[in-house]
Design a protein. Structure first.
Length: 309
């Protein structure tokens, strides 16, 4: 019972825990080193738990609004990457940082988006559905955009990247389906807040791992790291605002949830599947993207409360 209460408390304190965790991973290198080798496992566990929180009735309800779901999916997976590519090229960012920014825009909505939406008082249901749909589709959209259309060298073939993404996405889906068959729906519903708390801690542990080596890089090349961090925040906020404006006609509450989906992308999948031979600066930028992702629930809760009216 204590463990369940602790996890439920963690879900309520998610914003503060995420903000604390990302800085702990940065400032305590041995802690980051311990969790670096379990990033892929952590990502798979995180996706499994999030998929367990999928309420089939909610999914079906939103799938009865296929135009909305399709529009959000098209915008996140296709329109936004092309728009970001155009902005990066217009700004002269044709190096590794520009490439990393474009790749980040090809990512699916963050797996933790439903939990983040709940933390800031937004629509967790549409966030959940779109996060799930974009996650299932990313093996088929991101690799062609990153490797084919945009010609970015990630030291992996198109089919190889698609296969790795399909495995990291498909295995948690299969595990969550098996668990749903074994555990009664009312029990899963009752354990929902505890599952949300477990999601928070898995995201924190993932944050520890992706910070491995970041402090050393910051001390060795602070200008590059701070510039990359500024670009990560600018990309997150820019995609958030652009998405919210595009979907504002659908209502303010939904537009804010859509903006959160647009800004917070799942870099965990790329960090889990890209080979070590990938340009180090691209991988470091993906790690820097965790700062706006982790801090957004903590920083934006008050703003979203005001914007909701």
């Amino acid at each position: 019972m204590f463990a369940l209460r602790f996890l439920e408390w963690s879900a309520r304190q998610g914003g503060a825990l995420l903000a604390t965790g990302i800085f702990a991973g940065l400032l305590i290198p041995p802690l980051a080193a311990v969790f670096r080798d379990v990033v892929t496992i952590t990502v798979a566990g995180l996706m499994t738990l999030v998929l367990l929180r999928v309420d089939p009735a909610q999914v079906l309800a939103y799938l009865r609004r296929p135009v909305l779901v399709a529009a959000l999916t098209f915008w996140l997976l296709l329109a936004m990457p092309v728009l970001t590519y155009g902005v990066a090229m217009a700004a002269g960012m044709d190096g590794p940082l520009g490439a990393a920014l474009v790749i980040s825009a090809t990512g699916c909505a963050a797996t933790s988006s439903p939990a983040f939406a709940r933390l800031v008082g937004l629509d967790g249901e549409i966030s959940l559905v779109v996060a799930m749909v974009t996650t299932l589709l990313i093996p088929f959209t991101a690799p062609p955009l990153a490797l084919g259309l945009m010609g970015i060298d990630l030291a992996i073939s198109l089919t190889g990247l698609m296969a790795r993404l399909a495995l990291v996405v498909g295995l948690p889906l299969l595990i969550s389906m098996v668990i749903r068959r074994m555990v009664a729906a009312p029990t899963l519903h009752r354990l929902g807040p505890a599952v949300d708390g477990a999601v928070v801690w898995l995201v924190v542990l993932y944050g520890f791992g992706v910070m491995d080596g970041m402090l050393a890089r910051l001390l060795a090349d602070p200008h590059w790291v701070l510039g990359g961090l500024a670009l990560a925040f600018a990309g997150n906020v820019g995609m958030n605002i652009a998405t919210a404006l595009v979907f504002l006609p659908a209502g303010r509450r939904l537009a804010l949830a859509a903006g959160l989906l647009g800004g917070n992308r799942n870099m965990a999948l790329f960090l889990a599947v890209l080979p070590a031979a990938t340009d180090e600066r691209i991988l470091l930028f993906f790690a820097l993207c965790q700062f706006p992702l982790f801090l957004s629930p903590f920083l934006l809760r008050g703003l979203y409360a005001r914007l909701r009216g």
